[in-house]
Design a protein around this ligand. Structure first.
Ligand code: NAP
Length: 434
């Protein structure tokens, strides 16, 4: 770097977050110069079809180009910010920038979930920094907290609401009683859900973030494929009604938990019925929350805006500021630890939880008896049965709550239950979480 206090930034990707980041740098530039003696400037912006993207407000001296590789290796650029998203060309461009000795800052959770260790190793080899605070939970400074503050404790779990789109849909369905499809359409109109919402509503986006969090929390090479993942697309208005009867509310939770003493991890993204008294039940709309539990410190919860151009841009700029302050020399390793332990998946038998089973059936005599028989065969105890006065006997919903049950026994029972002839929808299991 030519001058430790001056940092010339090359930006790859001038979309929602790229534009918000550029505006934020312009807005905060005077304050950062005055209070922190840091002179930050975006000098080059790369994007495809750049003629459609040129923006006078970005500053007169900015070089706009559709040659992204020229930005990644530009000698006039001290630090590269990658806000393209996706695996390629983001991976090659980050590799080129790091190989050229330039620090990189990114919000790309998908790339980091798949190739984070490779990029972190390259950054270490080249002696440059790599910032990815914006990759998980938008504006919430959770990765920095895990890398630094929580390094003092042995962590037992990291969990939370990591996908704002799903949380918006669930909390709106709850408040209005409307259907999933109806609320999804509203989320798309409001810009909370993409035209193709699959990654958000099927849980993959939360799984990428959870894999990253778990790597940092437990110092283990967690593959994304280790996250057991289910979405929110199967939720029905009646699920909210039954949740209320149980003094609970549905939330899509991403959970990574150390199970047993051998460091084995259980990882899942699924819809839980959380207690109305819990902090997670208070997280409404597109907000995110992350809970970190340590052996000595207990539980801490951070919450805030998990997406959107502005909040995500603040996390990107916070990484840029940290790098500028450290003179671009890497301090703390980007993924928190210097070396990762091999990943061990916990056996499903080790994950025990109370559960609510929701059924929608064509009414007939003997249904509860058939369900009870299968649960008893799998040594699962029923806690209670709930049924509102159903009008539609052809598609009657009811809920059976179970006493704490191990994951393997529950999976066997669900398979047998699903084969019963009276279902109008496949049975669904919701873990009950306090
Ligand atoms: N938006 C959020 O709230 C949020 C929150 C946290 C993290 N993130 C992460 O931030 C990153 C950027 O997200 P975003 O919402 O800003 O996305 P976006 O609005 O789609 O912006 C991406 C930009 O990169 C450009 N681009 C994509 N692929 C390219 C390629 N192959 N060559 C050249 N240009 C390319 C796009 O050009 P076109 O316009 O021509 O497609 C667009 O301008 C992603 O990694 C995302 O996961 C976003």
């Amino acid at each position: 770097m030519t001058n430790p206090n001056r940092l010339r930034i090359g930006l790859l990707g001038f979309g929602t977050v790229g534009q918000a980041f550029t505006r934020l740098v312009l807005k905060e530039r005077g304050r950062l110069l005055r209070d922190h003696a840091l002179d930050l400037e975006v000098v080059a912006i790369g994007n495809r079809r750049i003629d459609e993207k040129r923006a006078g407000w970005a500053g007169e001296g900015v070089r706009f180009t559709d040659d992204l590789a020229s930005v990644a290796t530009d000698p006039g650029v001290d630090l590269v910010v990658e806000l393209l998203g996706g695996l390629e060309p983001a991976r090659s461009l980050q590799t080129a920038a790091l190989s050229a000795g330039k620090p990189v800052v990114t919000a790309n959770k998908m790339l980091f979930a798949h190739h984070g260790e490779e990029l972190a190793a390259l950054a270490r080899e080249k002696g440059v920094s790599l910032g990815l605070e914006a990759a998980v939970a938008g504006g919430i400074p959770i990765l920095r907290a895990l890398r630094e503050s929580f390094a003092a404790d042995t962590l037992t779990s990291v969990s939370g609401i990591l996908n704002g789109t799903s949380n918006f849909i669930l909390t709106t369905m709850e408040a209005t009683g409307r259907s999933y499809a109806d609320v999804l359409a509203e989320a798309q109109r409001l810009g909370y859900a993409e035209a193709d919402p699959a990654s958000d509503v099927e849980g993959n986006d939360a799984a990428y973030k959870l894999a990253l969090l778990a790597r940092m929390a437990f110092g283990t090479s967690v593959p994304v494929s280790a996250v057991r993942c289910s979405g929110i697309t199967h939720l029905l208005p009646c699920d909210f009604e039954y949740a209320r009867m149980l003094e609970r509310t549905p939330r899509q939770l991403a959970v990574a938990r150390r199970v047993g003493v051998d460091g084995a991890l259980a990882l899942s993204v699924s819809t839980h019925l959380v207690s109305q008294r819990s902090l997670l039940a208070k997280i409404e709309g597109p907000f995110n929350a992350v809970a970190v539990e340590g052996e000595t410190g207990g539980t801490f919860v951070l919450s805030g805006r998990g997406a959107g151009g502005g909040p995500t841009a603040t996390a990107v700029l916070s990484d840029v500021i940290e790098i500028a302050r450290s003179g671009a020399r890497p301090g703390v390793p980007p993924l928190g630890v210097h070396a990762f332990a091999p990943f061990t998946a916990a056996s499903p038998a080790a994950s025990v939880s109370a559960v609510a089973l929701r059924f929608v059936v064509k009414d007939a005599p003997g249904i509860i008896a058939s369900i009870s028989r299968i649960l008893a065969e799998n040594e699962i105890n029923i806690d209670a049965v709930f049924q509102t006065r159903g009008e539609d006997k052809a598609a009657l919903p009811f809920v059976v709550t179970l006493e704490p049950v191990a994951g393997d026994g529950l999976a066997r029972a669900l398979e047998a239950l699903a084969a019963l002839p009276f279902h109008q929808k496949p049975p669904v299991a919701f873990p009950l979480t306090d």
